[in-house]
Each structure stands twice: as C-alpha cells, then as structure tokens.
Design a protein around this ligand. Sequence first.
Ligand SMILES: O=C(CO)COP(=O)(O)O
Ligand SMILES: O=C[C@H](O)COP(=O)(O)O
Ligand SMILES: [Zn+2]
Ligand SMILES: [Zn+2]
Length: 322
Amino acid sequence: MPLVTTKEMFRKAYDGGYAIGAFNVNNMEIVQGITEAAREVRAPMILQVSKGARAYANHTYLVKLVEAAVIECPEIPIALHLDHGPDFETCKSCIDGGFTSVMIDASSKPFAENIEITRKVVEYAHDHGVVVEAELGALAGIEDDVQVSAEESHYTHPEEVEEFVSKTGCDSLAIAIGTSHGAYKFTADQCTRNEKGELVPPPLRFDILDEVSKRLPGFPIVLHGSSSVPQEYVKMINENGGKMPDAVGIPEEQLRQAARLAVCKINIDSDLRLAMTGTIRQFFAEHPDKFDPREYLKPARANIKEMVKHKLIHVLGCDGKA
Ligand SMILES: O=C(CO)COP(=O)(O)O
Ligand SMILES: O=C[C@H](O)COP(=O)(O)O
Ligand SMILES: [Zn+2]
Ligand SMILES: [Zn+2]
C-alpha cells in the first residue's frame, strides 16, 4: 500500500489501547532495521525525519529510502512524518515533497503565536491531505542542537489544550509530562538509586495526561523523548571505549501504561543511536583489523531490528495491528 497518514492508525490505537512507534530515520540501515522489525511482527509504523536528518542525508534520499521500505513491506501501513518542524517553510517543503504527516513545533513561542503558526501549517497541510502534530509544553533535553535545561522545561498546562486544539485544528498533540530528549534525560540529583545502584528517574506525570485526555476525549496524544536508554547498550558503549556516564531513560512499563491511555504515538530515536553505536564500538574492539563498512553495519542493523521488535511488542503493544 502507498504511504498513509496517521489518521486511521491513531483512531485504532486509541480504541485498542496501544501506541504507534515513531522512529527517527537518518540512513538506509536504520530504515531497514526498523521496517524489517515492523514487517515481522505486523506493526503499523511511523518513520520520522528531523530537520537535522534532512540536513545530513538530504530530503530526496530519505523519501526514496522510505518509499523503498514501502515497496518491501507492502502489507504494513507506513506514515512519513516531519519531526519537530521548526517553521511553516520546512513543513511546506515536506508536504510538497511527499510526507504524509508533519509536526510544527512552535512550543517555545508564546501561546498565541504557537496557535497562529500551527493554524497556518494545518490549513496548508489539510488542503494537501497531510495531517499535523503540534506541541504544548517544553521537554527538557537536547532537540535539534538546542539544549533545554530542566529549569527552562515545563509541563503542559491542561487548561490550555482545548482552546489550542479547537483554534488550530491540529490532528494530534505532543505534551510534556516528564519525558525528555536525548540519552541524558535526568541529572543524578533528579533521580533516586535502586538496590543495584542504577539511577531511577522521577515518574511520568500521569495526572497531567489524565487531565488532558479528559479535556480532549478521543484525541491522540504524542510523547516525545521516550527512549528508555537500555543499560545493556550504555554498558556496551562504555566497555568499548565510550564514555556515557549516568545515561538514563524512561522506564518501559511507564511507556506501556501511557500507550494504554490516550497516547497514540511514542517517539524513539536515542535508543536506535545507542544500539548502533554500541554494536559498532564492540565490533571495532573485537575486530581491529576490519574496515569494510558492511561488516559492522550489518550487526548494527540487526540489533536495531531486535530492539525495535522488542518495543513494538512489549512497549507499544502494536504488534499484529497492521
Ligand atoms: O522525541 C524524539 C524525537 O522527536 C526522540 O526522543 P529520544 O531522544 O528519547 O529518543
Ligand atoms: O527530538 C529530536 C530527535 O531525536 C531528532 O534529533 P536530531 O535533531 O539530532 O535529528
Ligand atoms: Zn519541542
Ligand atoms: Zn521529539
């Protein structure tokens, strides 16, 4: 089937108590690892591309890679989404250039301005059969080279969501309930430690999610910054020449819980990077003589696939839903 929008995916996910995985893609091996996993477990899928991905790989290469995945996985619904669109022009370029979904992220702007920019993107997108994700609230962490500190971050104010959604006409809403971008989501002093001495982050604010979904019944909610930062990969990186102290993510059980509620889209990027980097570091440590990129990209792709399969089944609950 051709690329789809997220409309139908989200409706079914909302009613079915699961979420769709939105995985960031930057090169061929990442696209292959993700879509081979989705195909094997028959999961619908969002492949998303950031401004940084377009700058790195080029818009056309990314669209064509995703189109190749669509041909290889004819039975899986796949949406192509712009992640964190910074302005109208970038959204327009993706809408004109084959994306089926865009995010306009004006969440750092004042409320009225966020509405204004989002409304303009929605008008253009809907005229072209494309859906729009918008954002209210500010996640901590690193996003498109911009570091948002814990002090600058703030949770979504539930009392703003009805006005925002009705005035903008957006199709889904990203909210801030304590997730964070990147591999360093929390500082050690925001966390407690478990008996193994590992950092335990503060729990997500399910009370805010609950209040938002009461105010927007049936409306799809999105969680960004939802990597779990698997400690096996942090360890693999650190044991093979890397240095990632105190990298910690969102516990999988909390994401699974969010997926049962109004959250229909869960964004994962950092975990893919950790799997790829850990695998390649280990490969180089074990085979210092090797230099054929296919030899180290092959296990990296295989580990991305395994990780994504695990998430589709055990975190998102979207296996078998294609
Ligand atoms: O939100 C994301 C992409 O928009 C990715 O979040 P992570 O950094 O937690 O993977
Ligand atoms: O939220 C950010 C995503 O992980 C994309 O990151 P990037 O801007 O480095 O491509
Ligand atoms: Zn944002
Ligand atoms: Zn994000």
